[in-house]
Design a protein around this ligand. Structure first.
Ligand SMILES: [Zn+2]
Length: 253
């Protein structure tokens, strides 16, 4: 089984290319969640120089729009520190409450509505033609373990409509934030998803792993090379609980 890496934004092309040089010739798959414009601007042309496969997971409601990611909106309205805390809290709320909260923020804040340049269909087509796989990261990026059956089905119907209409890949999916549940897995199956990716910072070790729960290692372009190598070796995942425990102890001291 390939080693699968999960990225988000790529803002430093130089550091990113150093990582690709290290990965070349290895059995790895790059995956990039959310479809941030930085992938088009800083990453995709570099990837093409190397023999490495890559899937870009897009949020279909944002394509061709100037709407920001919802977590960036919360940070914009509340400020970076407070906003970041709130994002973590909101991820544990039922989907309806999350949506209502965002509406309230937009409606009651004195700040102008936040705008953000998203990828266009023609940029996505250009990347797909060059060999990047464009696949599903849901329609609006809700947390799938916090959605009702109806909400899950709506997410799938709407995202698949966009992907199929534009000729993108409709049977590969990455769970928003990596959150999954038995119920959401059933919905994915029902809508013909063949492979679904988590965000769990793990390597797929078992031979008969569930193709709807594929593990990924979490990295970013600024991950230092020593750490990047450690993560790829699988050792980082093993020592992570220890480092987390140490961090906790330090906090107490
Ligand atoms: Zn995401």
């Amino acid at each position: 089984m390939k080693t699968i890496l999960a990225y988000h934004t790529i803002n430093n092309p130089e550091l990113f290319e150093n990582q690709l040089k290290f990965l070349e010739g290895k059995d790895v798959l790059l995956t990039v969640d959310d479809g941030d414009i930085s992938f088009y601007e800083n990453a995709y042309k570099i990837i093409l120089k190397y023999d490495i496969s890559c899937i870009l997971f897009i949020i279909t409601s944002l394509i061709d729009s100037d709407q920001p990611f919802w977590w960036d909106e919360i940070e914009y309205y509340l400020g970076k520190v407070e906003g970041n805390k709130k994002v973590w809290e909101v991820k544990g709320w039922p989907n309806k409450e999350r949506e209502a909260y965002l509406e309230e923020l937009r409606g009651t804040s004195a700040k102008p509505i936040l705008k953000y340049k998203q990828l266009t269909t023609s940029q996505l087509r250009e990347m797909q033609d060059a060999g990047i796989i464009i696949a599903n990261h849901s329609h609006t990026h809700p947390l799938f373990d916090q959605c009702t059956q109806e909400e899950l089905e709506t997410e799938m119907v709407q995202s698949l409509n966009v992907l199929k209409e534009s000729g993108f890949t409709s049977d590969i999916f990455a769970y928003p934030n990596g959150n999954y549940s038995q119920k959401s897995e059933e919905v994915l199956k029902k809508f013909g998803v063949k492979k679904a990716f988590l965000f769990d910072h793990k390597i797929n070790r078992k031979k008969n792993f569930n193709p709807l729960r594929i593990s990924r290692l979490v990295v970013n372009d600024t991950t230092p090379m020593w750490k990047f190598k450690l993560i790829l070796s699988g050792w980082h995942t093993k020592i992570l609980p220890v480092t987390k425990m140490l961090a906790k102890l330090k906090k107490r001291l």
